[in-house]
Design a protein around this ligand. Structure first.
Ligand code: DON
Length: 567
């Protein structure tokens, strides 16, 4: 059942590639900007971020403005009803990581998706039971309070204006709404908000107005977190729970708190990567993969040569096998971070690596750590400012338009993040990912994530701001956005656009960008035993790279319809 859903996720990606075909022409030749740059999945949001920078805001002010703008202009992923992660690097060297990931409601139970003894995977994917307690609003307010220069009401103004006055739908905005029409119609409020009254299709250029969302954003601007987690917006969320028999209570909302965490630091060549720590799995996986490939002559192998793809994908395979066993919410389970990312451990993981043949996933499980006690839509954006501060944010409702349940009177969609738990340990989720006890559902626990916002420094200065959308492909896309520059010295746009590959242990397949590897390389990989699966879009990355003169260049992914705005 879930495997079917995994392949249907792949199919929707295929569809997404058709939607964005006309946009692929917009491959930006990256320009250098001296004073600030914002790269997001959406033109309106990038321009808003850039305007906030020009009004004297810093990178955190701009990032918060972008997050709220995306909630208006990219309802399939941008959100106030979801969550995400933010990594911050200040010019003075301070780094911080903010976890505003959703949490399981207090009433959540292990068997909440079991009916008549049977596990119903669709319940964790669509509808009210899929919803985790949203974290975005608390996260944005915390980030702004600690690091911002501008007041909350000011950074919210552009999003409020766009929601109140409307914005023009792009081709891909319109198509994504049209593609989900049938699902929206199952939920009366979502049908009101996200389908046309006369049942016709949205078209490019239609004005999209969201009055109720504007009012909610205004409440947040006036009352801060109380404007969302209490009062009329909380009432409206709880009403939806009552309408469809959901689990989230006033207490869940009121008690939600985002968490400051320490980013994981990974050294590679002259670079230090500062990556979101668990409950994101990206930092551990990237650290492991870099450790496993470190001693090999990557540059000599050649970019995307069969030997290179084989080595890196074998490392990916091992890191994802560990991900599925060891990783979960660090507030609930013991995640052996330092052991997993250590050189010794990763050396042992590669002991059975062969340059000639694959290590089948069936023969490979997680590694052994002594003393360990088991206790199709996201969006990434990158921001830098004139002072040298940098912010990387990845945020999501999980699937496109999340649970498809909207909050009546409040104008926004709720996430379907509960599917990121191993809702049934051992069963694959919508991304084909297998999980174990460490990521099992528990009340108040955060579900494991692949979102991997990353800031890379060199000689103590920001060098790259990286991240992507795309489920587990986020991790491998971010890794390749880094390696393309760090090892192969590619230019920013090339680093971001070049064909990528992905392995996640199970299913045992080597996914490649469908415009990707040459037939010869594919033959050589097949000879080593790889099952190759071409697919549209191994992640959608929105990166910033710092040039040797200190100016900023964008890496806008041609796989999506991203946009860079700078000055
Ligand atoms: O947190 C995660 O890993 C997933 N909820 C991300 C989902 C995603 O990236 C969907 N696609 N673009």
């Amino acid at each position: 059942m879930k495997v079917t859903r995994f392949f249907s996720t792949l199919l929707s990606l295929l569809l997404f590639s058709f939607i964005t075909t006309d946009i692929k022409a917009q491959v930006f030749e990256s320009k250098n900007f001296k004073n600030g740059l914002v790269v997001t999945a959406d033109k309106y949001a990038s321009e808003i971020g850039n305007e906030i920078l020009m009004q004297g805001g810093n990178a955190v002010d701009a990032a918060v403005a972008v997050q709220f703008a995306l909630a208006v202009t990219l309802p399939r992923a941008g959100n106030i009803g979801g969550g995400g992660f933010m990594v911050i690097r200040l010019a003075d060297g301070e780094t911080a990581a903010l976890d505003f990931r959703e949490k399981a409601p207090e009433k959540a139970t292990r068997d909440m998706y079991v009916r008549n003894g049977e596990f119903k995977s669709d319940l964790s994917w669509e509808g009210i039971l899929a919803v985790g307690v949203p974290g975005t609003v608390d996260g944005m307010i915390k980030a702004l309070e600690r690091y911002g220069k501008l007041p909350l009401d000011l950074v919210l103004q552009p999003a409020i204006k766009l929601a109140r006055e409307g914005y023009k739908l792009s081709y891909s905005h319109a198509e994504s709404l049209n593609n989900h029409k049938d699902t929206f119609k199952k939920y009366q409020v979502s049908a009101e908000y996200f389908t046309k009254k006369d049942d016709t299709e949205f078209k490019e250029g239609d004005l999209f107005v969201q009055e109720d969302l504007a009012n909610t954003l205004e409440r947040i601007a006036r009352f801060g977190r109380e404007g969302f987690y209490a009062g009329p917006v909380a009432d409206a969320i709880v009403n939806e729970m009552e309408r469809y028999r959901g689990l989230i209570t006033y207490n869940d909302l009121y008690n939600y708190e985002s968490q400051w965490r320490d980013p994981v630091e990974v050294e590679f060549k002259d670079y230090t990567l500062h990556i979101m720590s668990p409950p994101s799995s990206g930092s551990i996986a990237i650290a492991q993969i870099l450790n496993m490939i470190n001693d090999h002559p990557l540059e000599e192998m050649g970019h995307n040569s069969a030997d290179y793809v084989h080595l890196v994908s074998e490392a990916m395979r091992r890191a994802f096998a560990d991900r599925s066993y060891y990783l979960g919410d660090p507030d609930f389970v013991n995640v052996p971070v330092s052991e997993l990312i250590s050189e010794e451990y990763n050396d042992t993981r590669m002991e059975n690596f062969s340059t000639d043949t694959v290590t089948s996933s069936a023969s490979l499980s997680h590694g052994e750590i002594a003393g360990f006690v088991e206790s199709d839509e996201t969006t990434h954006f990158s921001v830098v400012d004139s002072e040298g501060n940098a912010v990387a944010v990845t945020t999501t409702l999980n699937g496109s338009f999340g649970s498809h349940v909207s909050v009546s009177g409040a104008g926004f969609l709720l996430n379907n993040e509960m599917d990121d738990f191993s809702a049934q340990p051992g069963e694959p989720n919508a991304y084909g990912l297998i999980g174990a006890e460490a990521n099992a559902i528990e009340p108040g626990k955060r579900m494991l994530s692949s979102m991997t916002p990353t800031i890379v420094t060199k000689n103590n200065r920001v060098d790259m701001v990286l991240g992507a959308a795309g489920g587990p492909r986020i991790i491998t896309a971010t890794l390749q956005s880094f390696l393309n520059r760090a090892v192969f010295d590619m230019r920013p746009q090339q680093s971001t656009a070049f064909p990528r590959f992905h392995h996640q242990w199970l299913p045992d397949m080597l996914f490649i960008d469908d415009f990707g590897l040459s037939p010869d390389t594919q033959n050589l990989l097949q000879e080593k035993g790889h099952s190759i699966f071409p697919m549209p879009g191994i992640g959608r990355a929105h990166n910033i790279y710092v040039e040797p003169d200190g100016s900023y260049s964008s890496g806008v992914d041609p796989r999506g319809d991203g946009y860079a705005a700078g000055h």
